[in-house]
Design a protein around this ligand. Structure first.
Ligand SMILES: *[C@@H]1O[C@H](CO)[C@@H](O)[C@H](O)[C@H]1NC(C)=O
Ligand SMILES: *[C@@H]1O[C@H](CO)[C@@H](O)[C@H](O)[C@H]1NC(C)=O
Ligand SMILES: *[C@@H]1O[C@H](CO)[C@@H](O)[C@H](O)[C@H]1NC(C)=O
Ligand SMILES: *[C@@H]1O[C@H](CO)[C@@H](O)[C@H](O)[C@H]1NC(C)=O
Ligand SMILES: *[C@@H]1O[C@H](CO)[C@@H](O)[C@H](O)[C@H]1NC(C)=O
Length: 850
């Protein structure tokens, strides 16, 4: 690569990054959804873990009728009770023998990951046996398992045609009527292939003169029984999902790979002479997942879930897509209809013009009148073509050269369901739930690369993330997810084990509003508590609102208990009245003497933060009742009432009394103006872009000097912010709002809040290093020394998101203490505040608190 080209691509990358961050300046698409509630590892309830002596629990096979969950790991297979995977199960130890491992090491393979027997395939073969394949230290083997006693029942079979050597290689496979369909790049020098392996006839993809697959990386496959009730006598089809090198012409240079769906017919037998032992029905088309008018193409497919409908044509595909730049965390979820996929396969073909290196374009010539690539249908049978081996040569010649369809498959709604910055989703499973309104909603269970599970509901093409769960103490990628309707459980496989979680935990929603605002199709309010609707036979009194998520609680909220607290403060001292909001989407509103408290001027005598109300230098006229309301989705409900008592002399300690809950819930539904105006956000992003633009320029110059890009093959940069306050949770943000910040101690890192671009093959590490967070505009850092003076840098922290698009720092980093105790912050802070006498007051209050 020439130096010029290198720096052009660098610029392209940098400007790409700024576009990514500058995103909200464009017309707003509310696609980046905030999870409504955050459940940390310690707060997980009802979870049942399993881990044996093995690692990499990546293959899960659920047999719901039998109540068994089969697990394939590294060097072992397990049969677990689906009702409780923590209770005892059966194990098959199947590790590669020492000499095989030695051979693997001699080949120069990685002794930490590759020279083991990773179970890659585990499926039911017949009523008595399972079939499994493992990488077996770079020499794949397969075997039958007798499922009655869970023992390997046969001699091992050669696996090199069925299972990849490399445990990390994309792979997918299905056993259908005793035939095994697999897709992978099996050996590292071979080309990728979709195969039907056993028994005969074996079929493969074609490699010459036209390569059907181009460096393909497979993520999934599915059988669709399209023969059932087919009016044209169609065949069942097997679909494969993958990403491969782009062959077609594209006006943009921003990507080189594309997501694809390919399909073959189940009854395909290959051609007689032409395409002998090759598929005659292989067709592929491009899956597009991009945001209209944006330069971002989510072109790397990471996971695909096929959600079957009552009829095959109702089938929907849910895919997780990522960017080609591996070091920028970002995900999109797109939803497709199978009808659109079928339409593409019935549309025009692409062709590769003669001459190497030219891109594919739409084929406009004559197409044989027996549709090339079609399954054997009644129309063909009427012409005496009963099998693919009867197909005429011109059809086979055509399909050999035209496997790619011209029409691209666009997502339903022409845009992603969800676009998430700073999150890398890895796996998705979709489950249908019938809600109280009788409608069937699609509930998405989405795993991340750092061990979180998002539960989201698809409401008419709008995604609402009900909650996010931290599944593992140590960040690790979610490698597999399966759902059992019978057990009402979701099972998640990862590096260290398998975790079983309930499909829903409604009881954690404490009030009617909390229950309804959650918009969890499993949950409804019964007048006293939030319950699973399946637990009730009489559903008449239940309250749920999935569509809007805010109605039904007007009456019942009057009975909601409201926390009442009393606070004493010495005149002239400060006191923090904390308001704990369970929802990341809620904003606090404070009322004092029937009036809403607003703003944050020093002369007002108080300051409102996302974490509470700070009464500054309390005056006698400030004593009385303060109410905190949560405002969310157009609903306002009371959370806590404080009675503030002013004293002339303060007794030791600062007691907090929690008295009986009062019956003072006052529901009303005012349209609520968002606290942060669009203008503010835009101004902030403008400054972001300015900073980035500057950086772009500086870096380009630096890069030219260093000539770094000449050495690197691809864009190898990692973008990080050294944002100290962000350490604890990797929920980074577009911006952060703080009331009290450790930046004010003067100890903070000089890089704080600025974008650092670090050259190198940056592996985004899971724990300490944070995903790219856009820099903070300088004025946000301009905090008030008043409130931080003397504060330890070790206050607990949690990040909270506001207004649907930005997390706000609620609690500070607490060093190594992991306990996220809300109250300790309140107690500690108010004690410090109250002890401290009128020390240096800052003339300018912290503008970052809203
Ligand atoms: C699951 O099994 C484990 C081990 O037998 C037991 O400790 C646990 O209580 C069980 N959990 C449930 C919910 O039954
Ligand atoms: C892998 O090889 C390295 C270097 O040869 C050695 O230090 C390490 O202990 C080996 N690890 C395992 C798990 O065998
Ligand atoms: C299932 O397949 C296994 C392995 O080929 C065979 O031994 C067994 O008899 C089969 N069982 C049935 C019920 O066909
Ligand atoms: C298995 O776990 C190791 C960590 O021990 C990880 O590096 C590797 O990527 C995992 N392999 C697969 C195939 O998931
Ligand atoms: C195709 O099947 C039909 C009906 O089974 C049969 O009559 C016909 O001879 C077959 N054609 C060929 C080419 O085998």
């Amino acid at each position: 690569m020439s130096r010029d080209m290198a720096w052009v691509s660098c610029l392209q990358l940098l400007c790409g990054i700024s576009t990514l961050i500058a995103y909200p300046l464009r017309p707003r698409l509310e696609l980046d959804v905030t999870p409504r509630t955050t459940v940390l590892f310690k707060e997980l309830s009802g979870s049942r873990p399993f881990s044996g002596s093995a690692l990499n629990y990546s293959t899960l096979l659920l047999e719901d009728e039998a109540g068994l969950l089969y697990v394939g790991a590294r060097g072992a297979l397990y049969a677990l009770q689906a009702s409780n995977i923590s209770s005892s199960g059966h194990t098959i130890d199947w590790e590669a023998p020492k000499d095989q491992k030695q051979l693997c090491l001699n080949k120069g393979r990685d002794n930490k990951t590759e020279c083991f027997n990773h179970i890659r395939f585990l499926q039911r073969f017949n009523s008595t046996h399972l079939y499994t394949c493992g990488t077996h230290a770079f020499s794949p083997l397969c075997a039958y398992i007798n499922s009655r006693d869970f023992k390997i029942s046969s001699e091992f079979e050669e696996g090199r045609e069925r299972c990849p050597y490399d445990p990390a290689k994309g792979y997918t496979g299905l056993l259908i009527d005793g035939q095994m369909y697999t897709a992978s790049q099996y050996e590292f020098w071979s080309t990728p292939d979709i195969r039907r392996n056993s028994p005969n006839p074996t079929l493969r993809t074609e490699e010459a003169p036209t390569r059907w697959l181009y460096d393909a990386d497979f993520v999934g496959s599915a059988l669709l029984k399209e023969s059932v009730n087919s009016s044209v006598g169609d065949d069942d089809k097997i679909y494969f999902f993958f990403t491969e090198k782009s062959q077609e012409y594209s006006p943009s240079f921003s990507y080189s790979r594309v997501a694809r769906v390919a399909r073959v017919c189940k009854s395909d037998r290959g051609g007689l002479l032409t395409l002998q032992k090759k598929w005659t029905s292989f067709l592929k088309a491009r899956l597009v997942c991009s945001i209209p008018d944006y330069e971002f193409h989510f072109n790397v497919l990471r996971s695909m879930f096929v959600l079957e409908g009552p009829r095959t044509e109702d089938t929907m595909l849910y895919g997780i897509f990522g960017l080609e730049w591996k070091n920028i965390k970002s995900s999109a979820i797109c939803r497709y209809s199978i009808a659109d996929v079928q339409q593409a396969f019935n549309g025009p073909y692409m062709e590769s013009p003669e001459g190497a290196g030219t891109k594919w374009t739409e084929y406009t010539g004559k197409v044989p009148d027996l549709r090339p690539g079609s399954c054997i249908t009644d129309q063909l049978r009427a012409r005496n073509i009963n099998f693919s081996t009867d197909l005429p040569d011109d059809v086979l010649h055509f399909i050999r050269r035209h496997p790619l369809m011209s029409r691209q498959i666009r997502p339903l709604g022409q845009r992603p369901l969800l676009f998430k910055r700073t999150v890398d989703y890895t796996k998705i499973v979709v489950h249908k739930v019938t809600a109280l309104d009788g409608q069937i909603y699609h509930m998405l269970f989405i795993g991340t690369d750092d061990g979180w599970l998002h539960r989201a509901v698809d409401v008419n093409g709008q995604l609402h993330i009900v909650e996010e769960h931290q599944l593992f103490e140590k960040p690790q990628a979610v490698e597999s997810i399966v759902i059992s309707q019978k057990q009402m459980s979701v099972y998640v496989g990862s590096l260290s084990g398998v975790l079983q979680l309930p499909l829903s935990t409604c009881h954690k929603y404490a009030s009617c509003f909390d229950c309804v605002l959650a918009r969890d199709p499993f949950c409804a309010w019964d007048g006293k508590e939030c319950v699973e609707i399946t637990s009730r036979t009489d559903r008449s009194g239940l309250i749920q609102d999935i569509i809007n998520g805010n109605t039904g609680c007007e009456k019942s909220a009057a009975d909601d208990p409201v926390l009442h607290r009393t606070r004493s403060v010495m005149a002239g001292d400060d006191v923090l009245l904390q308001c704990e909001l369970s929802s990341n989407l809620a904003t606090p509103q404070w009322m004092f003497h029937e009036q809403e408290l607003q703003g944050y001027g020093m002369n007002l005598g108080y300051r409102i933060g996302t974490d509470g109300l700070l009464v500054i230098q309390a005056r006698p006229d400030q004593s009385g009742n303060y109410s905190c309301f949560a405002v969310e989705n157009g609903v306002r409900y009371q959370v806590v009432v404080y009675t503030l008592i002013l004293r002339q002399d303060l007794p030791a300690g600062s007691p907090v009394h929690i008295t009986h809950p009062t019956q003072s819930g006052k529901p009303d539904l005012p349209p609520y103006n968002q606290i942060m105006s669009q203008k503010n956000m835009e101004a902030m992003y403008l400054s972001l872009i300015t900073i980035l633009g500057g950086l772009c320029l500086v870096l380009t110059v630096v890069l030219l000097y260093v000539g770094f890009c000449v050495q690197s093959k691809r864009g190898m940069y990692s973008v990080r912010t050294a944002n100290q306050a962000n350490k604890k949770r990797k929920r980074s943000s577009q911006m952060e709002l703080r009331t009290i910040s450790s930046h004010c101690n003067g100890k903070s890192d000089t890089h704080d809040g600025f974008l650092q671009i670090v050259p190198g093959e940056a592996q985004v590490s899971l724990n300490k290093e944070l995903p790219p967070a856009p820099p903070l505009p300088p004025n946000v850092l301009n905090c008030d020394s008043e409130y931080t003076n003397g504060f330890p840098a070790s206050l607990p922290s949690v990040l909270r998101k506001m207004n649907g698009n930005s997390y706000v720092l609620l609690r500070q980093t607490d060093g190594d203490t992991t306990s996220p105790l809300y109250y300790s912050f309140t107690e500690e802070l108010s004690r410090i505040l109250e002890k401290r006498k009128n020390t240096q007051l800052c003339s300018k209050p912290d503008e970052s608190s809203v």
